[in-house]
Write a protein that binds this ligand. Structure first.
Ligand code: NDP
Ligand code: 8X3
Length: 250
């Protein structure tokens, strides 16, 4: 039985990871801002797998004080899944809402930093642990409108590598999971509740599912202790790169 802390467990990848890890005999602590969703997930897990398999914490990962206070008592986490995150908007950089940029930076970068910093000392003390960061293909490959979102995931990529350097000799593993298009609430959030625009993203194609990601996250934590999967980049078979875009004179 491993103790798994998953941020952003109210939907999508985080929720799927909680269900996946609990089903395989692990104990999960999930976080998010929507208490009702967290409570529903606990009910679902209690019903399916029995009591005492999951607990939850309501907080915003951007709130440094809350994160450190809430995580203070968890000095025995085996796996931290830094999943909470979001994209807002798909406008070009000259036309974006700068509040959206701030929110993405504060959530995907600062929030992930706070959670990591709060949990790491317990892992280092026990010389045991695994940090799974949820990056994105957007952290490697550019696309129009990804501007700050992609840049926050590039941070996650480099932070993951730098963590490995700092954690050399501690036995702690770090993995950056970098998914491509996956159907969750991600696009509803990106398009601010416009479900028509969100549905269009997944129309007539087969995206990855949160279950696919949970399976990958679980696998990365299940390889022998002496094996560190540095990064996993995964896309649906239906997604690939297009040609370079060239501006031509009329
Ligand atoms: P969802 O929107 O379904 O889930 C996002 C989760 O993050 C929710 O549980 C949400 O909880 C939580 N979250 C967002 N902001 C905060 C915050 N400030 N504090 C605490 N929790 C927060 O999307 P996905 O499951 O798809 O996304 C999960 C991660 O995967 C993100 O980091 C995303 O960038 C990344 N990703 C997604 C891809 C996709 O195509 N779907 C592909 C590649 C990466 P709540 O709202 O209750 O706080
Ligand atoms: C989400 C994947 O391609 O929509 O991180 O940016 S993508």
């Amino acid at each position: 039985m491993k103790k798994v802390l998953i941020t952003g467990g109210t939907s999508g990848f985080g929720k799927a990871c909680a269900l996946y890890f609990v089903e395989r005999g692990n104990y999960c602590i999930v976080t998010g801002r929507r208490t009702e969703r967290l409570s529903e997930l606990k009910d679902e897990i209690d019903k399916k797998f029995g009591p005492n398999k999951i607990e939850y914490l309501t907080h915003d990962v951007r709130d440094r004080e809350s994160v450190f206070k809430d995580f203070e008592k968890y000095d025995d986490i085996d796996i931290l899944v830094n999943n909470a995150g979001l994209a807002l908007g798909l406008e070009p950089a000259f036309d974006t809402n700068t509040d959206d940029w701030d929110t993405m930076v504060q959530t995907n970068i600062s929030g992930l930093m706070y959670c990591t910093r709060a949990i790491l000392p317990g892992m280092v003390k026990r010389k045991k642990g695994h940090i799974i960061n949820i990056g994105s293909i957007a952290g490697t490959y550019p696309y129009p409108g990804a501007n700050v979102y992609g840049a926050t995931k590039a941070f996650v990529k480099q932070f993951s590598l730098n963590l490995r350097s700092d954690l050399q000799g501690t036995n702690i593993r770090v993995t950056n999971v970098e998914p491509g298009m996956s159907e969750s609430e991600f696009s509803i959030v990106r398009f601010k509740g416009n479900s028509k625009a969100a549905d269009k993203v997944y129309e007539n194609t087969k995206p990855l599912t949160p279950f696919d990601i949970a399976e990958i996250v679980y696998w990365a934590t299940s390889v022998p202790d002496h094996v560190n999967i540095n990064a996993i980049e995964v896309m649906p078979t239906s997604q690939a790169w297009g040609p370079f875009s060239i501006t031509r004179d009329e």
